[in-house]
Design a protein around this ligand. Structure first.
Ligand SMILES: C[S@@+](CC[C@H](N)C(=O)[O-])C[C@H]1O[C@@H](n2cnc3c(N)ncnc32)[C@H](O)[C@@H]1O
Length: 250
């Protein structure tokens, strides 16, 4: 324990070397824009299917969550922080589910032979393709994480699901459990999954939803938690396939 404390103090990990407070006062604008977009998503989801909802969102704004805006540094540093949480290895086949504009997919492409970014909005995929055109090991395809083709099963040694699952509608236990099992089906033996969601002050409703999502993964006997990271303002968990993992649960 003492040794670990000293090691962390004198040999900080890559993540520890990143600025702790990675939000500037100006980043409040990003949170306001995200909150407005999320409120619109919630309104649209009452009457539209998820595909139509996110298509409408991306048609109205090319960057609905201001994730690519150079004005804000939060998203860029969050991306770096997430990359630093991954084991230092070269991945073979990576899937970034709900990739949006593909900014994290671009970072993932630096440590993988191939990355596929997938999003339910074709407009988002169009933007992601343009942004990532220079990277030959990066592809983007439209797709719903709840309706992935069986050919994806067992194909990926890393699956990333960042800020996506709280948009599932309805966000109830059966829908979440079904999504978690579908994600487990995607992993090759020894594969890992990085799950990321908003996290504020732990007692607010959004943080409770995020904790519930992550709990669904840790409760699933097909996953074993490797590590959990609470950061301002996200919760990130790394899971591996558990020894108990049995494939193809619907
Ligand atoms: C807040 S953005 C997150 C984008 C990116 N993952 C990131 O971390 O910056 C949420 C994205 O999830 C996508 N999405 C929502 N539901 C989805 C689903 N069922 N299948 C695939 N993508 C989905 C949306 O279109 C949107 O681009």
């Amino acid at each position: 324990m003492t040794l670990d404390w000293r090691r962390r103090l004198f040999h900080p990990t890559v993540e520890q070397r990143l600025p702790w407070l990675f939000m500037l006062p100006r980043d409040i604008g990003l949170f306001l824009k995200s909150a407005r977009t999320d409120a619109k998503v919630a309104r649209l989801l009452r009457n539209k299917a998820a595909g139509d909802t996110f298509e409408a969102i991306y048609r109205e704004s090319a960057d609905p969550w201001a994730s690519a805006s150079p004005r804000y540094r939060y998203q860029r540093l969050k991306c770096e922080r997430l990359m630093a949480l991954l084991p230092k290895q070269r991945f073979r086949n990576v899937l970034d589910l709900g990739c949006g504009l593909g900014l994290l997919s671009q970072q993932l492409a630096k440590c993988a032979e191939h990355v596929l970014g997938m999003d339910i909005s074709s407009t988002a995929i169009g933007h992601a393709r343009q942004r990532g055109a220079a990277l030959s090991n990066l592809d983007f395809e439209p797709g719903d994480l709840l309706k992935l083709p069986p050919s994806f099963d067992g194909k990926f040694d890393l699956v990333v699901v960042s800020d996506v699952l709280y948009y599932l509608s309805p966000l109830d236990r059966p829908t979440l459990s079904s999504a978690v099992h579908k994600i487990a089906n995607l992993l090759s033996p020894g594969g890992i999954c990085l799950v990321v969601n908003h996290y504020f002050f732990s007692v607010d409703p959004d943080s409770k939803v995020s904790r519930n999502i992550h709990r669904t993964f840790s409760d699933c006997p097909r996953f074993a938690m490797i590590s959990e990271h609470r950061r301002p303002f996200f919760l990130a968990s790394l899971f591996s396939m558990s020894a108990l993992s049995v494939p193809a649960v619907p």
